[in-house]
Design a protein around this ligand. Structure first.
Ligand code: CMP
Length: 409
């Protein structure tokens, strides 16, 4: 299941091996949510930002020679960083799941010939040219490479993949809206051509010429370079403007729904992946598990963040998918809970205020289950509710004993 989820959505896959190559693969894999991978992405974006800024500044003619050489040096340095990244990606290519049947050499060749490989190589060409003593001299050259840098980042960025999946999932409604766009365009251009060609032969004398006006009007851009002058032409123009608003609203709706659905699907897979790490859920069948997964929400907490505070009202419980929390008991003592454990169940079951303060001791991923969902699940899966209740009882007794032994001292 894990593999299906991953391969369908391009999330981090199988890089669990402890070899340095597997670790580097995980680091370079942008959709991997580990802190190191995030930091690497940040570094990459900063380097890209510096590079792009340098390219933009280099296009200013008034810049003196010293500044120009500095900027060229920066562009070269950015390319050098991307060159190192390219070589690393080439090295870790055998870790890519879809190349796992290939020899390392074949995997690397396949990666080098793939779209990310080709763009990655083109993006580092300035560095290679510099090494070959063909320094990047013209702004035009630099601009071309700067476009490739953006493409390179885009290809690996999760957002790019999301956009691709949204377009692919929503291709039928998108195609319908586009067809509607084309129909309106042709009808309006033809009508305007008939009404206007006698008065404005240059602007409306042919259908392609009239279509320029129709596109500008339908997209609600309205440059105003071509305007209908006859009453009929203006009537068509008015209708086209109104239709343009409707078409754009339709397209916005389709894309917004697509993005929302995609986000829900990703969240579902993320939660599924996290749920598998909680022992309490391990014995449940796929159907029951999918019911629970639909109700859990993942939350990422940095280190030393209070998740629940003693005395607050509690409407949810938490499962620790990764990381660690510390429970600060009213006695002043602390209990540490690690991966797979849960907390926050006592207020939920006993409908009381939170009995202790719980905070993260390191970056932690929690699965949140709200009270209403807990009771719904409990009615279907009594064994789960029972396991939670047993643990809540044990903790309550333990806290009472701790309090009593402290009072005796
Ligand atoms: P709740 O009272 O909702 O909020 C604080 C949580 O701390 C509590 O639920 C338990 O989940 C947890 N907790 C309280 N006492 C202990 C304990 N002795 N050991 C582990 N966890 C505890």
């Amino acid at each position: 299941m894990q593999f299906v989820c991953h391969s369908a959505y391009g999330l981090a896959v199988t890089a669990t091996g402890s070899t340095s190559r597997a670790r580097t693969y995980a680091l370079l894999h942008y959709s991997d949510p580990t802190p190191a991978a995030r930091q690497w992405r940040l570094v990459n974006l900063v380097v890209l930002g510096i590079g792009l800024l340098s390219v933009v500044l280099l296009s200013i003619d008034e810049l003196d020679e010293a500044w120009q050489s500095t900027l060229r040096l920066v562009i070269w340095a950015v390319s050098a960083v991307f060159l190192v990244e390219y070589l690393l990606r080439l090295w870790v290519a055998p870790e890519t799941p879809r190349y796992d049947q290939d020899t390392p050499l074949k995997a690397r060749l396949r990666w080098a010939a793939s779209l990310p490989g080709v763009i990655g190589l083109l993006a580092v060409l300035p560095a290679l040219m510099f090494a070959g003593r063909y320094a990047v001299t013209g702004v035009d050259t630099a601009s071309v490479f700067c476009i490739l840098w953006i493409l390179k980042i885009g290809l690996h960025a999760p957002a790019f993949g999301t956009l691709g999946r949204v377009i692919s999932n929503e291709r039928a409604p998108i195609a319908s809206v586009l067809i509607l766009f084309v129909i309106l365009l042709l009808i309006a251009a033809t009508a305007a051509h008939m009404f206007e060609r006698a008065r404005q032969p240059e602007q409306f004398g042919s259908l392609p010429a009239a279509m320029w006006w129709a596109v500008v009007t339908l997209t609600t851009t309205g440059y105003g370079d071509v305007v209908p002058l006859t009453a009929g032409g203006r009537f068509v123009g008015g209708l086209l403007m109104l239709s343009g608003i409707v078409v754009l609203a339709l397209m916005t709706g389709v894309l917004a729904t697509g993005f929302a659905q995609e986000e829900r699907r990703r969240e579902y897979l993320r939660v599924w992946e996290q749920v598998a790490r909680v022992p309490l859920f391990a014995s449940l069948g796929v159907v029951t598990l999918s019911e629970i997964v639909g109700k859990l929400r993942t939350r990422y907490y940095p280190s030393r963040i209070v998740v629940v505070r003693r005395g607050d009202a509690g409407d949810s419980m938490f499962f620790i998918s990764s990381g660690e929390v510390e429970v600060r008991l009213p006695t002043g003592q602390s209990v540490t809970l690690g991966e797979g454990a849960f907390f926050g169940e006592m207020a939920l079951l006993e409908r009381q205020l939170r009995s202790a303060t719980v905070f993260t001791t390191r970056p932690t991923t929690l699965l949140v289950l709200y009270a209403s969902d807990f009771y719904e699940i409990a009615s279907h899966i009594p064994q789960l509710a029972e396991a939670v209740e047993v643990e809540a009882r044990r903790r309550r007794n333990e806290n009472i004993e701790r309090g009593e032994s402290l009072a005796k001292r």
